[in-house]
Design a protein around this ligand. Structure first.
Ligand SMILES: Cc1ncc(COP(=O)(O)O)c(C=O)c1O
Length: 373
């Protein structure tokens, strides 16, 4: 089955680099090269200076695999493969799925978490997040009911893009119990993990929690380094990393050598990088909550719990697509409507990790004042 266009990526390709302000970016304010290098230890800076730009080890630089494995209790370096995050989704789905399989996937979602399975000839049943009065809800009963004897895979994404929702520990344990009972693999997109505003919201990675769990993560969101194009898959499933590697020979074969050394540097400096990004997200979330309270006649706030995005509602006249279009034309503020995630209702994504969010919100305020009052 052919791949349908990736709506969100096409939308960003059209508008992102021409807009003045990003209201909907999902990543944290990108680190500059100088900032990152200033965090390097003498050994890693030596790796950087002496780097030869040859092909690299297919599974990833051994030191990088070691740094990644250290994030996961119970996993060793050999349980990790390095790949670009989007590539990792593509590789994993191709290895895990066959035509006719069923997949239950959290929805709305970053499109490739559904699309790759669909294009492979699988049926994707959405496990829908529902908006409550002030935050998001997921029904575990609905997950159980969605599973049939053809289901092979559950796809999770917490902290969630685009809602900023996350499960409680009890809910995640219940998902694992459901998966174990039906002998299902759980593919857990944890790209926004480590951006929990309170330690109690940090969930264990699925690859540590579940013997048939696969965790996807990377440096694009929580680590503010999307330009490195570095992510990874981590799993204790026997033979799985070798199967991923065999498929990766048909995508990138190996990773970018400079990106890998910078990735090592970033993971070794993770405490400082995550503290910087969490502080920005916390501050922006408070500013956004106040802004939405001040504009409650046309904007509905749904509090995010973790990660760097939220998914509030447009309550004014006309569609949310129209609101986003007009906002971009009038004020150069780029907002992504929920239809880019196939989400029902009139939601739009709000990015909480960028330094210029207050300026983008000023643009929204000025737009509302001139167009809606
Ligand atoms: C949930 C989720 N998974 C995976 C990705 C892919 O990350 P990257 O664009 O760095 O490949 C994204 C990017 O937006 C995402 O939001």
């Amino acid at each position: 089955m052919p791949y349908r266009p990736f709506k969100l990526e096409r939308y960003f390709a059209r508008h992102e680099f021409g807009a003045t302000f990003q209201l909907s970016a999902s990543d944290c304010e990108s680190l500059a090269m100088d900032e990152l290098l200033a965090m390097g230890s003498p050994e890693t800076l030596r790796l950087w200076r002496e780097l030869k730009l040859g092909y690299t080890e297919c599974a990833g630089h051994p030191v990088l695999r070691h740094e990644v494995a250290s994030l996961y209790e119970g996993l060793g370096d050999e349980d990790v493969i390095i790949a670009a995050p989007e590539e990792a989704i593509f590789v994993a789905m191709h290895v895990l799925l066959e035509p006719g399989d069923e997949v239950v996937a959290v929805a709305p979602a970053y499109q490739s978490l559904h699309e790759v399975a669909r294009a492979l000839g699988c049926t994707v049943t959405p496990w829908r997040l529902e908006p409550g009065e002030a935050s998001w809800r997921l029904d575990l009963g609905a997950l159980e009911r969605a599973i049939t004897e053809r289901t092979r895979l559950i796809v999770l994404n917490f902290p969630h893009n685009p809602t900023g929702h996350t499960l409680t520990r009890d809910e995640l344990d219940a998902v694992v119990t459901i998966a174990r009972r039906a002998d299902l693999v759980v593919f857990s997109d944890e790209m926004y993990r480590l951006l929990e505003p309170e330690p109690a919201l940090l969930l264990p990675p699925v690859c540590s929690l579940y013997e048939r769990g696969i965790s996807l993560s990377g440096l694009s969101k929580s680590f503010a380094l999307p330009g490195l194009r570095l992510g990874w898959l981590a799993t204790r499933m026997p033979g799985m990393v070798e199967r991923f590697l065999a498929f990766k020979d048909y995508t990138t074969i190996c990773n970018s050598a400079p990106a890998e050394v910078l990735g090592i540097l970033a993971l070794q400096a993770r405490a400082a990088i995550l503290a910087r990004n969490l502080a920005m997200v916390r501050e922006n979330t408070a500013i956004a909550a106040r802004f939405f309270a001040d504009h409650a006649d046309v904007l509905g706030w749904l509090a995010p719990r973790a990660g760097s995005v939220a998914f509030p509602r447009w309550l004014g006249e006309g569609s949310v697509e129209h609101f986003c279009r007009e906002l971009l034309t009038a004020k150069g503020v780029l907002a992504v409507p929920g239809s880019m995630f196939d989400a029902p209702g009139s939601h739009f994504r709000l990015g909480l990790g960028r330094r210029d969010l207050p300026a983008a919100l000023d643009g929204v305020g000025a737009f509302l004042a001139t167009h809606w009052r």
